[in-house]
Design a protein around this ligand. Structure first.
Ligand code: NDP
Length: 297
């Protein structure tokens, strides 16, 4: 039995961060200032706090300026919108990221909609999703852009390949499908109402699982030789020592017997997200300065 390849997202992300750092050095030389990323965190959610801290560290490690704005859960929507407007106007800030989810009393769409699309490094603003959907230059959501980079690195030309994206969120599934379409793949988007998901997935040369259900996609669903990108991050209790562990949306051990290649969880898509965020910030900085982005980004 042949075993598929494990795609090393961690190594790919490290290489991408190095390229970003080189690009940052060039930007500083050309403009005399560092690109800046502002991250807004509302509330005390421990996972979000860890994520924001790690974004800040990697931003600085890439040679960029990191600005962090922590606000209490109790902040009103107007005050948050005022902060966004300040950051829109701040010349040192090239990228604005509002850590989601926001507290229930704040309208997420209104907050994302208030970000200057030129600084929307998460690519969630409707202007950027519209540009992506119409095949124009856009700031593209980090996770799906990271997935497409891994796919192109593994497969080269995606043109004509059958791709199935499981999940239709605005953050992952929909932009993922748009990116695959832009690469001329034949794209199906599956979701919770899809009938006979197993046979839909079995058609695919490329499977992207972005569901949020531990090991839902079974090995036998995968067409032999398909490439699988597992976006899911699910914490499950591990029976043996009572500790928990992180698994993806795909039953990786089973899938390995069927795939050409698969991203592991952890160590696959996860590390790509922050690396692409840094890349998007550098791209936004170039665009704001009227410079062409580095060719290898
Ligand atoms: P959402 O919960 O927003 O979307 C999940 C999608 O999965 C929905 O479209 C839903 O369908 C679909 N779905 C749910 N159940 C089923 C089912 N039984 N069969 C088929 N489809 C189903 O999640 P996100 O897109 O935000 O995230 C997906 C996963 O990716 C999560 O595990 C998340 O933690 C992870 N993630 C990882 C990132 C990373 O950096 N690696 C970044 C972002 C997310 P419907 O629309 O019909 O409800």
């Amino acid at each position: 039995m042949t075993i598929g390849k494990i795609i090393d997202g961690k190594a790919f992300a490290a290489t991408l961060r190095d390229k970003v750092a080189d690009g940052v050095a060039g930007f500083v030389e050309a403009t005399g200032r560092k690109p800046g990323l502002a991250v807004v965190l509302v509330g005390e959610d421990p996972a979000s706090s860890v994520y924001v801290r790690s974004k800040g560290k990697m931003t600085v490690a890439a040679g960029m300026e990191s600005f962090e704005f922590k606000r209490p859960d109790s902040i009103g929507e107007e005050d948050l919108l005022d902060l966004i407007e300040e950051l829109n106007q701040d010349e040192r800030v090239d990228g604005i990221l509002v850590q989601l989810p926001l507290p229930k009393h704040i309208d997420e769409a209104a907050v994302i909609g208030a970000i200057d699309p030129a600084k929307d490094v998460d690519g969630f603003h409707v202007v950027n999703s519209g540009l992506l959907a119409t095949g124009q230059e856009a700031l593209v959501p980090c996770t799906p852009l990271g997935c497409i980079m891994l796919l192109k690195d593994e497969l080269g030309d995606l043109s004509g390949l059958e791709a199935v994206v499981v999940g239709r969120s605005n953050i992952v599934g929909k932009p993922m499908a748009q990116l695959l379409l832009a690469e001329s793949a034949t794209v199906t988007i599956a979701h919770s109402r899809t009938r006979d998901l197993a046979s839909v997935v079995h058609r695919a040369d490329i499977v992207v699982a972005a569901v949020g259900r531990a090991e839902m996609v079974k090995g036998e669903w995968i067409k032999p030789g398909a490439t699988v990108i597992d976006v899911g991050i699910n914490r499950i209790a591990d029976g043996e020592d009572g500790k928990s562990r992180i698994v993806g949306d795909v039953a990786t051990a089973e899938a390995l017997a069927h795939v050409r290649a698969i991203t592991p969880v952890p160590g696959g898509v996860g590390p790509m997200t922050i690396a692409v965020l840094l890349r998007n910030t550098l791209v936004a900085a170039h665009a704001r300065a009227g410079l062409a982005k580095p060719a290898d980004l």
